[in-house]
Design a protein around this ligand. Structure first.
Ligand code: PAF
Length: 288
């Protein structure tokens, strides 16, 4: 497995793969890799002949009071993990490579970024879409892989790719969970043991929502209030609980079509997100 630290290096690697007729998959990450990322890399390895994993803690998607400085950086472990899973190359640029001068060009996806995490984290999605557009232009993948845990991010990136005609496909893979249901996240490692125990209430609340829905509850307010009681009862501080259309992310009052239930909750100073999708004919939480 190669490690490319510069844009020239990764372009060279991808060009050689392309000349050999290979289909290129990109898994964009900020490192601190866990089984959620692992599932994306494995999926990419199944569907592509050449798998690029980018590792870049993107400064432009963090607000001034957010955790950019303390975001976990575990590069050596990440390299070993990618190697075990069969990645072909890691693209690990420096901030100077990605942002050599003050950025004057930004990619913004309107409307879809107004609510949910966009409301609590102003500027976050502008940073995400801009860095993803840069990564897509640098790596030129055939397919890029994202996790359903960041459901809004997945919707926003899909729309950016469609609106700007990037010649590639976005694949969104199911959420990977710990045995007790907590969604895998690089930020889980911030939790104290007591917060970690409380944090499972996110999954429990979403499961309760699913059950309420299966029993016929279609009113978003009723579903939200039940979840709110469970999460607050467990000691979580709610940032938002939203029930929105799966594609437009507009709030839904009565559920009649595929609907995203998304939550963001603080445990201590750690903010975690999770979600599930309610469909009238539901299998599991696997949305392609
Ligand atoms: O989901 C993430 O880890 C990041 O938002 C991404 C897509 C790698 C962009 O920095």
């Amino acid at each position: 497995m190669n490690i490319a630290a510069t844009i020239n290096d990764i372009r060279h690697c991808v060009r050689s793969a392309r000349q050999a007729g290979k289909r290129v998959g990109l898994v964009p990450t900020m490192g601190a890799l866990h089984a959620g990322h692992g599932s994306l890399i494995e999926q990419a390895a199944k569907e592509c002949d050449y798998v690029v994993v980018s590792i870049f803690v993107n400064p432009t998607q963090f607000g001034p009071n957010e955790d950019f400085a303390r975001y976990p950086r575990t590069f050596d472990q990440d390299v070993a993990y990618c190697q075990r899973l069969g990645a072909d190359v890691i693209f690990a640029p420096t901030a100077e490579q990605m942002y050599p001068h003050p950025q004057r060009t930004w990619v913004e996806v309107e409307k879809l970024t107004d609510g949910l995490c966009g409301a609590s984290r102003p500027g976050h999605f502008r940073g995400v879409t801009t860095v993803c557009a840069k990564l897509f232009n640098i790596v030129t993948p055939d397919v890029a892989y994202f996790g359903q845990k960041d459901a809004q991010q997945a919707v926003v990136i899909r729309r950016m790719v469609e609106d700007l005609n990037f010649p590639m496909t976005i694949r969104v893979c199911p959420i990977v969970r710990e045995p007790d249901g907590l969604a895998m996240s690089s930020r889980n490692r911030y939790l104290s043991p007591a917060e970690r125990q409380k944090a499972v209430c996110l999954y429990q609340a979403l499961e309760t929502c699913r059950r309420d829905f299966a029993q016929g509850c279609r009113a978003a307010n009723g579903l939200i209030e039940h979840m709110r009681g469970l999460i607050e009862g467990a000691g979580g501080r709610i940032d938002y609980i939203c029930i929105v259309d799966f594609e437009t992310l507009e709030p839904v009052e009565t559920i009649t079509r595929p609907t995203l239930v998304a939550v963001a909750v603080f445990f201590g100073s750690t903010r975690l997100i999770d979600n599930c999708v309610l469909c009238l004919h539901q299998t599991e939480n696997n949305v392609q």
